[in-house]
Write a protein that binds this ligand. Structure first.
Ligand SMILES: Nc1ncnc2c1ncn2[C@@H]1O[C@H](COP(=O)(O)OP(=O)(O)O)[C@@H](O)[C@H]1O
Ligand SMILES: [Mg+2]
Length: 96
């Protein structure tokens, strides 16, 4: 959510942060965080889960690395995508 807010800092249009939960199957939950910010270039998408990868002057580049590891170790997956209308969508699943 902080990443989403930071990605919308330069928005000219209104900022939209959407958090949604769903239950795609009986034993899985899915959480989504979507924004209408800068979105993800191909270069960023390829490195987004790498340790210390950041595009921010004050960034550390560990937030998504740690999130990805925690989710994987709990048997889930974390993905980052561009939204067709602009901005990005991060989603993860966790088994129940
Ligand atoms: N919602 C987002 N929209 C656009 N880019 C993002 C978003 N979330 C993460 N990123 C990109 O992924 C990089 C790594 O994120 P993160 O691991 O949280 O580290 P940090 O926030 O310290 O840079 C960010 O620097 C940014 O380039
Ligand atoms: Mg971050």
């Amino acid at each position: 959510m902080i990443n989403a807010i930071e990605a919308m800092a330069d928005n000219i249009c209104a900022r939209h942060l959407r958090i949604a939960s769903s239950h795609p199957s009986a034993k899985v939950i899915r959480i989504e965080v979507a924004d209408n910010g800068a979105g993800l270039s191909d270069a960023v998408i390829g490195k987004i889960f790498d340790s210390f990868y950041t595009t921010k002057a004050e960034g550390m580049g560990m937030g998504l690395t740690i999130s990805n590891e925690i989710i994987k170790r709990h048997g889930g997956e974390l993905r980052a995508e561009n939204r067709p209308q602009g901005g990005s969508l991060f989603w993860f699943t966790l088994p129940l």
